[in-house]
Design a protein around this ligand. Structure first.
Ligand SMILES: O=P(O)(O)OC[C@H]1O[C@](O)(CO)[C@@H](O)[C@@H]1O
Ligand SMILES: O=C[C@H](O)[C@H](O)COP(=O)(O)O
Length: 942
């Protein structure tokens, strides 16, 4: 015999639904269990239910974080979460739906309550949500308000399953049934099927008692006559059930006895069942199962809150057809209330209005909850899992001091006194803070950039050749590498060298008729960029003649020589960047976004998380993710952990090149600074020195096990590890802004100006002198060589053989020092592989941090740090003489001469700063020379 009272309800024609839904109900298996064991055959939800669900579990956090990162609004996040749960519940109830041939097994989702007075939007939103849920056993809850009722008719006619909610009054219910019938009739008239259109009418029960009892209590307070009091008392807790029973009679008249529906039924129409909602007992003085008990009958549904489910399973006593018992009594109760002056119409109308308001309040509460979660998830994910070893309290002290000095507000107010007291320098710095609000500024250009993107697509370029150094090319290169090549758009190639071998290789690979040339330079004077621009434009002209300008795009500041150059060449597009942004802070300005548009990136997807980040960076609290990061890096550097070592998984590794410039060029000055260590081969965990802090970016949705394993070991050994969790790659732009802010803060902590690059000029000046001398005399002055050995010619040493020269140099590396391998070379896969092998050897054997710079590219990245930063570096400069040469149009020197002059200029600059530098020039083939060097190191470095 069946003993579960919940299951027995089905025997009496009643379906048992659950008035609750949450992610954990699904993931814990509880919903499946209710279906299996208790015969549950449907689910209803409402905004209050979701509010509770989201408040009570962390299970939504991952999805909230991911959606927020993708730029979803709070409303949109709510919709995604709710739709997801409804879909899963629909899937769990699918067998019930199928077994009942589409009569049962439904899951309801309520429309936003704010639509309750708007018929058109109710129709549009219900259609959209129904399509989005995309399950035949979903129902959309539409309130039975004056504006809702016409929408119901339309939605039924459209084939949307509707659960009519917030029904209290009998006459409203009549109109709802009429709307349903008309909807079905319209479908039939249009020759459409009706057998799978389902609808329920949700009659709210307990709330009627709550409202009526309140009135009765108010009356009791005024009545003294005992008999009259007894009469009033006897009506308490009666109105709701009476009302529901009378509703059932109306239901029967229309659906079970009415001729109109009988005709529709013959053509396949389903009965619009009546659903008892609000069936949990609100007054503890009443039985906790009373609303279920009295309302059992065929074609009804009981949707029960979890407490009522428990209670009814425990002590429910189902009997057949209780809904038809005591009908006279029901009439009498309602009449008696009228006689007492309690207006049925007024109460039911008020209940409906309050119902909408209550759900609206819950809806707003859900949104607030999501907003809070979003903020806290993102804030914590920006440092989730960070392990600061024993440095936590030092970092906190720094943060407190920064906050006490109103650092965050002052940065946003562009108050340059954050960094210096010198008023002249303050004026310069205040012209370097435009990056703070660049996302807003760029949004104003979104249309322009998107139509540029469209035109590029239409012109079917295969390549985008970007000429630009440092901050003018690193971010675009990161975008291309991280997001990959999209076949509909050109592939970006960056040319940031003066090496004629490299330039020639590009020239041979590219077809100028299918290539767009992009020249990027803030100053519009950078030697490499302007020389390359002259060369490439001449190549375009050779192939395209007058049309060459149509293949030229330029990004520069207003009024630069490059702007004039572009105009005189009738460039297709000239983007003039806001001038108050320095190169390494320009990733999210035209310098990053124009190439990003050209390679087909959806700019809004990149910018949306940036705006959300900007909002968090405005907070003057320890949770400010940029403040925290900058204070952490600055404090650790002061405590001897100044080697910022990036251990990044492959998907985000290209970002390191951009970070390297930002960090090195911004902070490496006045004999202090952060030393970025990027793309270093992984070492055995115990080989990392104690001057390191590690930084990683976890891609939350696809963890990279080898990187994770190394970091765990590093952490165990007590090194600080800064972790940031990325929900998806579209957070890249936001992360760039966070690092810019962090580095501005770190600059403050270290007491330097993070916006200038005073020592870059030192090598530029020396190179210019070497080139001027060359132009006058035809001779390029080389630093003297001490000796030659095999393929190598070595300078900068007193030694007379390679092993002693290397041993001397290594002996000059100061404690907590690092080694820079500065290679003026053509970076082919083969040369790079050997350079990495050499780097690995040095790092493993010397157990010190290593940096690899390719010249002249590094001059615009780490070059500042090598000359201006802490005097802890030792350098091996490798100079591979190019095999080829190319003329620089308009100059008396060639690219080869310029390339060598840059190498020599930087060598001289490093030496003049007292840095230990060994210069090794390759006399023959670069690979042969690198192999010789590697072998010498193998026997020298132990
Ligand atoms: O955009 P520009 O003016 O060509 O400068 C390129 C790069 O050169 C530097 O000014 C100095 O190396 C960098 O800061 C900058 O990113
Ligand atoms: O789906 C049904 C209703 O939203 C629900 O039953 C309301 O119940 P309450 O009156 O207990 O809030």
């Amino acid at each position: 015999m069946m003993t579960n009272p919940l299951r027995q309800l089905a025997l009496f024609g009643q379906s048992f639904w659950l008035d609750y839904l949450s992610r954990s109900l699904i993931t814990s298996g509880e919903l499946a269990r209710l279906i299996e064991d208790d015969g549950l055959s449907g689910v209803t939800s409402n905004p209050t239910i979701f509010d509770k669900a989201i408040a009570s579990t962390e299970e939504y956090d991952e999805e909230i974080g991911e959606l927020a990162a993708r730029g979803f609004s709070d409303e949109a996040i709510f919709e995604e979460l709710a739709v997801h749960d409804v879909q899963k519940a629909c899937d769990l109830l699918w067998l019930v739906y199928e077994a009942s041939q589409g009569q049962d097994g439904f899951v309801s989702l309520e429309l936003p309550p704010a639509l309750a007075d708007d018929t058109e939007r109710t129709i549009a939103e219900a259609r959209r949500l129904f399509a989005k849920i995309d399950r035949p056993n979903a129902m959309i809850k539409v309130p039975g308000t004056p504006a809702g009722i016409p929408a119901i008719e339309q939605l039924i006619a459209d084939g949307v399953n509707v659960n009519v909610t917030l029904l209290f009054a009998l006459d409203t219910y009549e109109r709802v049934m009429e709307a349903y019938l008309r909807g079905i009739e319209r479908r039939l008239a249009a020759g459409q099927a009706v057998d799978r259109i389902a609808s329920v009418a949700s009659f709210f029960v307990s709330r009627v008692d709550t409202a009526v009892d309140q009135r009765l209590d108010a009356l009791l307070a005024t009545v003294t006559d005992a008999e009259e009091r007894a009469r009033i008392e006897s009506l308490k807790g009666k109105a709701a059930i009476a009302n529901a029973k009378l509703a059932y009679q109306r239901f029967k008249r229309v659906f079970l006895q009415g001729e109109r529906f009988a005709r529709l039924r013959e053509r396949g129409a389903q009965i619009q069942r009546i659903l008892w909602a609000s069936t949990s007992t609100k007054n503890p003085a009443y039985s906790d199962v009373m609303y279920v008990e009295h309302l059992i009958g065929p074609y009804t549904i009981q949707t029960m809150a979890p407490v009522t489910v428990e209670a009814y399973r425990d002590h429910g006593k189902p009997r057949a057809n209780t809904v038809e018992e005591g009908l006279d009594e029901a009439e009498r109760v309602l009449a008696a209330l009228g006689q007492l002056g309690i207006s049925y119409q007024e109460i039911t109308q008020k209940l409906q209005r309050e119902g909408v308001e209550l759900f609206q309040a819950s809806y707003e509460s859900v949104l607030r909850r999501i907003a809070e979660r979003r903020r806290s998830i993102i804030t914590t994910s920006e440092r989730l899992g960070s392990e600061l070893a024993r440095y936590g309290s030092d970092i906190e002290r720094t943060i407190d001091a920064l906050l006490a000095a109103n650092t965050v507000e002052r940065i946003w107010q562009r108050d340059a006194s954050v960094w210096t007291d010198d008023t002249k320098r303050q004026r310069t710095i205040s012209q370097r803070l435009g990056w703070l609000s660049i996302a807003d500024e760029m949004r104003r250009h979104l249309q322009e950039l998107e139509s540029f993107q469209q035109e590029i697509r239409e012109r079917r370029f295969t390549h985008l050749l970007l000429l630009g150094m440092g901050g003018s090319s690193l971010a675009p290169e990161v975008f291309q590498r991280v997001f990959g090549h999209d076949a509909e758009h050109p592939e970006l190639q960056v040319l940031d060298t003066t090496n004629p071998d490299t330039i020639r290789r590009h020239r041979e690979r590219l077809d100028p008729t299918r290539t767009l040339l992009l020249v990027s330079s803030k100053s519009g004077t950078t030697l490499e960029t302007m020389s390359l621009a002259a060369y490439w434009f001449a190549e375009l002209e050779r192939e395209l003649g007058d049309r060459a300008g149509q293949h030229l795009v330029v990004i520069t500041d207003p009024g630069t020589p490059l702007e004039d150059w572009a105009r005189s060449r009738q460039a297709w597009r000239i983007f003039l960047n806001p001038p108050d942004i320095g190169g390494r802070y320009s990733a999210l300005s035209f310098f990053g976004l124009v190439p990003a548009a050209a390679i087909g990136l959806p700019l809004a997807a990149l910018l949306d998380p940036v705006s959300a980040m900007a909002e968090r960076l405005r907070r003057s609290t320890p949770e400010n993710p940029g403040l925290w990061l900058g204070a952490t890096l600055g404090t650790l550097a002061q405590l001897g952990r100044d080697k910022v070592t990036f251990v990044l998984e492959p998907a985000v590794a290209p970002l390191a090149d951009w970070l390297e410039q930002l960090i090195a060029e911004s902070t490496g000055k006045q004999a202090t600074g952060l030393i970025p260590v990027v793309h270093e081969p992984h070492l055995a965990p115990e080989h990392y020195s104690n001057d390191r802090v590690f930084v990683t970016l976890d891609l939350a949705l696809q963890p990279h096990t080898p990187t994770e394993a190394l970091l765990k070991a590093i952490e165990t050994l007590g090194h600080p590890v800064i972790r940031t969790r990325f929900w998806n790659l579209w957070e890249l732009g936001a992360e760039m802004l966070r690092w810019e802010f962090a580095i501005a803060v770190a600059g403050k902590v270290l007491g330097i100006d993070p916006f200038d690059e005073p020592d870059v000029q030192a090598s530029k000046d020396r190179t210019a002198r070497l080139l001027a001398h060359y132009q006058q005399t035809g001779e390029l002055v080389r630093p003297p060589a001490a000796f030659s050995e095999g393929s190598l010619s070595v300078g900068g040493t007193e030694a007379s053989d390679l092993r002693s020269a290397l041993t001397d140099l290594i002996g000059r590396i100061p404690p907590a020092g690092y080694l820079g391998l500065l290679a003026f070379i053509d970076p082919t896969p083969d040369t790079l592989e050997l350079l990495h092998a050499i780097r690995q050897l040095l790092a493993e054997r010397l157990r010190i941090p290593t940096i690899l710079g390719i010249g002249p590219r590094y001059l615009h990245s780490t070059g500042q740090l090598f000359k201006g930063g802490p005097n802890t570096g030792a350098f091996i400069q490798l100079v591979s003489e190019p095999a080829n040469d190319l003329p620089v149009p308009g100059q008396r020197y060639s690219f080869r001469t310029m390339f060598l002059a840059q190498a020599y200029g930087d060598y001289e600059a490093l030496v003049s700063r007292g840095r230990p530098v060994l210069q090794i020039s390759f006399r023959r083939d670069a690979l042969e020379a690198l192999e010789q060097l590697e072998q010498a190191l193998v026997v020298t470095v132990h």
